[in-house]
Design a protein around this ligand. Structure first.
Ligand code: EPU
Length: 422
């Protein structure tokens, strides 16, 4: 298992480019299962989760090939047929987003067995709403031996109301509905840019979809979807992480290949904390900080609110702000695993259920810490950059799941991070 050794205390300066969004690339790969034609995806990030989904495609008997391009990978997927309709536990437990194959496969082939993902470090994360939605479209769902067995002899459009807003649930149902007869209405749908990006791909594949990016999505089913080419949207969470990297080190970064419109809530919160954030060219964001930060309370929210995937990074930043910041995690019930690690570095944080109070500014000092999940690892990297001395982060495979070689990107703008491989 790789580790990161970070020598902190240096302001970051320069230009860094974001990769394509992992959370847009994963559903796009699943969408390729809706057609026998090739689907070509560009700007696919070179991260571990993409490899895990490719292994799953392989297991299903679906071809995929990858080519290196200037911006990310080009991934070609062709699902001529389904040789094995099973998404096994061994792969699904590594990555919950594997459940994204459920909707497309039951819609196109009429049968699929997908392992239930089980709990996860940040919360229980059930998939009941995905299953309820598929049943409403006419699928028969059985849970047997830890697997979801979904069958259908043709899905039918329906009006679905999501009891809670779910990103991959919306994506799963939107994909299934493209091959259902008649019209499907998804109400209380997720509005995340990744949902909109998926809708753009589905439209290019022949679907009729209106309203993606709002809470009501209308899909008119077609009998056949065809191949398409699509470029994945920039990773707004990676962009946000770089903005915080500039802020926490008292540095100045220009983040290229970004979509500023997707970061409105993060930019507003950073401005409140005293960070200067400006939109540069249409696809770049600039963040500058003198190192003087003030505490600002923050509550996570579904898009367009402040993303839960930026909460851990924001907590690291608040350790360096003057005053007390109250952070409320409204999406996941257990997403503060980074807090005890930040405490080991000198932070003053009290967690009480979904609420955390960060009292700053406390100097951080390098320590041995452990990454527990993807975004928690990012917050430890940020804390390590701001800390005096050396920080050793264990289990950085978590960060490799969703950040493309973060140490190389940050080292180019002045960070000192060494990857230590076992
Ligand atoms: N929920 C249910 N039932 C469901 C589905 C969700 O109760 O059937 C609950 C969840 O337990 C959670 C809330 O609804 O409390 C929101 O979960 P959601 O379904 O939106 O999360 P997700 O689709 O599993 C995606 C991202 C996550 C991100 C969340 C929230 C992907 C592949 N994953 O997960 O990304 O945190 O939305 O924005 O898109 C990450 O990249 O680090 C990551 C965890």
């Amino acid at each position: 298992m790789d580790k990161f050794l970070i020598e902190g205390g240096k302001p970051l300066e320069g230009r860094v480019a974001a990769s394509g969004a992992k959370n847009a690339a994963l559903p796009a790969m699943a969408a390729a299962l809706l057609t026998e034609d090739p689907v070509i995806l560009r700007n696919v990030p070179r991260v571990r989760d993409i490899g895990t989904l490719r292994s799953l495609l392989d297991e299903l008997g679906v071809d995929s090939s990858v080519t290196h391009e200037e911006h990310g990978n080009r991934l070609e997927i062709q699902a001529r047929k389904l040789l094995n309709p099973v998404a096994p536990y061994e792969l699904v437990k590594q990555m919950r987003a594997s459940v994204l194959v459920l909707g497309p496969l039951v819609a196109r082939f009429g049968h699929v067995r997908v392992s239930l993902p089980g709990g996860c470090a940040i919360g229980a994360r059930p998939i009941n709403l995905h299953l309820k939605g598929l049943e409403a479209l006419g699928a028969t769902i059985k849970i047997e031996h830890g697997y979801v067995d979904a069958r259908s002899d043709g899905l039918r459009g329906a009006t679905l109301y999501f009891d809670a807003i779910t990103v991959t649930g919306t994506e799963n149902l939107m994909m299934a509905a493209t091959l259902a007869s008649g019209e499907t209405l998804l109400q209380n749908a997720a509005r995340e840019p990744e949902v909109e990006d998926l809708a753009d791909l589905l439209k290019a594949m022949g679907a009729t979809i209106d309203g993606a990016g709002t809470d009501t999505i209308r899909i008119r089913g077609v009998t056949r979807m065809h191949g398409a080419e699509h470029t994945i949207v920039p990773d707004r969470i990676e962009v946000g992480t770089f903005l915080v990297a500039a802020a926490i080190t008292g540095g100045h970064l220009i983040v290229e290949q970004a979509e500023p419109a997707h970061l409105t809530a993060v930019i507003a919160k950073l401005a409140e904390a005293g960070v200067k954030v400006r939109t540069q060219a249409p696809r770049a964001l600039e963040a500058e900080s003198s190192g003087k930060l003030c505490a600002a309370d923050m509550t996570t929210h579904e898009y367009p609110g402040f993303a839960t995937d930026m909460q851990a990074q924001y907590m690291a930043l608040m350790t360096q702000a003057e005053g007390s910041a109250v952070i409320t995690e409204a999406i996941f019930e257990n997403r503060y695993l980074h807090a005890p690690e930040l405490l080991r570095m000198g932070a003053d944080i009290t967690v009480n259920g979904r609420r955390a109070v960060v009292r700053g500014k406390t100097p951080l000092s390098g320590a041995k810490v452990q990454a527990s999940d993807l975004r928690a690892s990012a917050s430890l990297v940020l804390a390590g950059l701001a800390a005096e001395g050396e920080t050793l982060i264990d289990r950085v495979y978590h960060i490799d799941r969703g950040y493309e070689r973060i140490e190389e990107k940050l080292n180019k703008v002045g960070a000192r991070i060494r990857r230590i491989s076992d």
